[in-house]
Design a protein around this ligand. Structure first.
Ligand code: HEC
Length: 184
């Protein structure tokens, strides 16, 4: 009798020591027994919603309460279409202030606080970052700059269409104009 008990204990010890950490926590889990009953199993196998996971996708055709954006043509950028986009946001002090706020969050790292293409990340990009105060950039239309922010540019500048709201992108355009004026 004693030998049998010792053997059984040894077997259990072996079984447990072979368990992974996760199995160990589950062993012996009443959950496993409950799941064997079909009626409960439904709950046992329910799809868990992960934190940070969107519980549900919006239905197709859902429009945000702020309205939908007319998306400028993607890369390669179509210059004539972008040039025809008119800036709906007046270049007021408060617009440029909002633009400065967004510019410093999203653009300064590469383009530098004065727009000269000398942000802290520029050397890592082989100094390919454009100087936004150059005449060539001054000559670009508001729509073109808006399109550049929305779609990104070339291989090195990421798109900000998914990160900065359409209205804020126009504020950034207005702020870029202010930087260009300051550099003249
Ligand atoms: C990760 C670095 C990086 C960030 C951040 C970045 N840019 Fe750029 N940007 C670049 C590079 C690099 C180029 C040049 C790309 C090329 O020539 O292929 C460029 C080019 C441009 C151009 C010139 C387009 C042209 O016609 O020559 C504009 C305007 C511009 N960026 C505006 C912005 C604005 C506004 C922001 C912030 C919303 C921003 N960029 C954020 C790297 C960046």
């Amino acid at each position: 009798m004693r030998r049998k008990l010792a053997l059984a204990l040894a077997a259990v010890a072996l079984l447990i020591s072979g368990c992974t950490r996760e199995q160990w926590h589950r062993f012996p889990s009443p959950d496993d027994l409950v799941a064997a009953i079909p009626w409960f199993a439904v709950m046992h196998r329910g799809i868990a919603i992960q934190p940070y996971k969107m519980p549900r996708q919006p239905v197709e055709g859902t429009v945000p309460v702020t309205g939908i954006e007319v998306v400028p043509p993607a890369i390669p950028q179509n210059r004539s279409t972008l040039d025809r986009l008119s800036n709906p946001v007046q270049r007021t002090a408060s617009s440029m202030e909002r633009g400065r706020d967004r510019y410093e969050i999203y653009c300064t790292v590469c383009h530098g606080s004065e727009g000269r293409g000398d942000g802290p990340v520029a050397p890592a990009l082989a100094n390919a970052v454009r100087n936004l105060t150059e005449q060539r950039q001054v000559d670009n239309s508001d729509g073109w700059i808006y399109g550049t922010i929305t779609n990104g540019f070339g291989a090195l500048m990421p798109e900000y269409g998914s990160k900065i709201s359409p209205e804020d992108r126009w504020h950034v355009v207005n702020y870029v104009r202010l930087l260009q004026g300051a550099a003249q």
